[in-house]
Design a binder for this molecule. Structure first.
Ligand SMILES: Cc1cc2nc3c(=O)[nH]c(=O)nc-3n(C[C@H](O)[C@H](O)[C@H](O)COP(=O)(O)OP(=O)(O)OC[C@H]3O[C@@H](n4cnc5c(N)ncnc54)[C@H](O)[C@@H]3O)c2cc1C
Length: 318
């Protein structure tokens, strides 16, 4: 038995969510972990996957694979699953993986579960817990059959590097014309040092901030915490903040370790994108704001008073 894990990169750097996928694959305890990576990634980065639990990396370095080509990526992963006789294929959720997972399952004859949030329960079969209804509920799903494909949500496991070096092998698959029928032509990247979907800590603000000129204190707090910034939908609709910061049902769905919501009421559509955060802190001047029901910690107070003081206090300890 062995486990295959698909490793994704961004600008040649392996994504932290893929490190989590390797740790998850190792923690399955279902045999040796092999990673499969596509596109331009340095041999050193690939060998470092050993620090997260991979014994071996199959590297399909074809430059055409840098362009998030869905069909070709699915073909490579399926070929790697076949070569390693993998019983489980693990991938970290992303826009690419959301499109690739079911295709890999069809190509390999596997059952598939997406948005998995915990290690499986193998006491009676193979049961995984998935986030459903945009994070408002969980479903326990049984995956029958000998082969399974799992995509995991961010922060399902912690990815601390340990010791180890993975061996790296060149890998290729037989591509057909259809594999490159669609390819990404250009990318409009979100700006900022820390990208929201990958962020471990997020400071988010809503209409309670009154206007775009007041975001300085949110950015300062985010900088102190090493966090990304986010916002509610009306804030991006009014163009107070860029659209790529909008979180919620119609925006990005995130699950950071820490989510600080400032001047956001906590409408169900907002919660749908953030309620799988590990710790939620809410700052709102209205004690009846619905967000407090979903909060681990709440501060009833004026953001313009609370946030600068919180930032100063954190600077002393961080
Ligand atoms: C189909 C659909 C999809 C949607 N998708 C999304 C989505 O993806 N994401 C999303 O965010 N919304 C979404 N919405 C909108 C959502 O319903 C809410 O309207 C929105 O989240 C409210 O944004 P807000 O909390 O910033 O503003 P408000 O609801 O106006 O809340 C502002 C909050 O700030 C507090 N406040 C005011 N002044 C201060 C102060 N000085 N200090 C502290 N607190 C203060 C107020 O007490 C209030 O709770 C969607 C709606 C629909 C119908």
């Amino acid at each position: 038995m062995s486990v295959l894990v698909f490793v994704e990169s961004d600008n040649g750097s392996i994504k932290s969510s893929s490190h989590e996928a390797v740790v998850y694959a190792k923690e399955l305890g279902a045999g040796e972990v092999t990673a499969v990576a596509v596109g331009s990634i340095s041999a050193d980065e690939l060998a470092d996957l050993g620090k997260y639990g991979a014994a071996k990396v199959l590297h399909a370095a074809d430059e055409k694979l840098n362009d998030n080509v869905i069909m070709a990526t699915a073909t490579i992963i399926a070929a790697a699953a076949s070569q390693t006789d993998a019983s489980i294929v693990v991938m970290a959720r992303s826009s690419l993986v959301d499109a690739v997972a079911a295709r890999v399952a069809i190509k390999t004859g596997a059952s598939v579960a997406t948005n998995v949030v915990a290690l499986p329960d193998t006491s009676a079969g193979f049961v995984v817990k998935r986030g459903v209804y945009t994070g408002k509920a969980f479903a326990n799903v049984s995956l029958p059959g000998a082969k399974k494909v799992i995509t995991i949500a961010k922060n399902t496991v912690a990815a601390e590097p340990g010791e180890g070096t993975a061996s790296v092998e060149v890998f290729s698959a037989d591509f057909g014309e259809k594999d490159f029928a669609t390819a990404r032509k250009d990318v409009k990247k979100a700006e900022g040092d820390i990208l929201l979907p990958e962020a471990d800590r997020v400071v988010s603000a809503g209409r309670g901030l009154k206007g775009p000129e007041n975001w300085g204190m949110i950015e300062d707090l985010a900088k102190t915490l090493g966090a990304a910034t986010a916002c509610s939908k009306p804030v991006s609709d009014m163009e107070w903040r860029p659209h790529h910061e909008h979180v919620g049902q119609t925006g990005i769905k995130i699950s950071p370790t820490l989510y600080i919501a400032v001047g956001i009421s906590g409408a169900i559509q907002h919660l749908a994108g953030v309620n799988s955060s590990k710790v939620i802190v809410v700052v709102n001047k209205d004690p009846e704001a619905p967000f407090f029901k979903a909060a681990d910690y709440g501060v009833v107070g004026d953001a313009f008073d609370v946030i600068p003081r919180l930032n100063e206090a954190l600077k002393k300890v961080l």
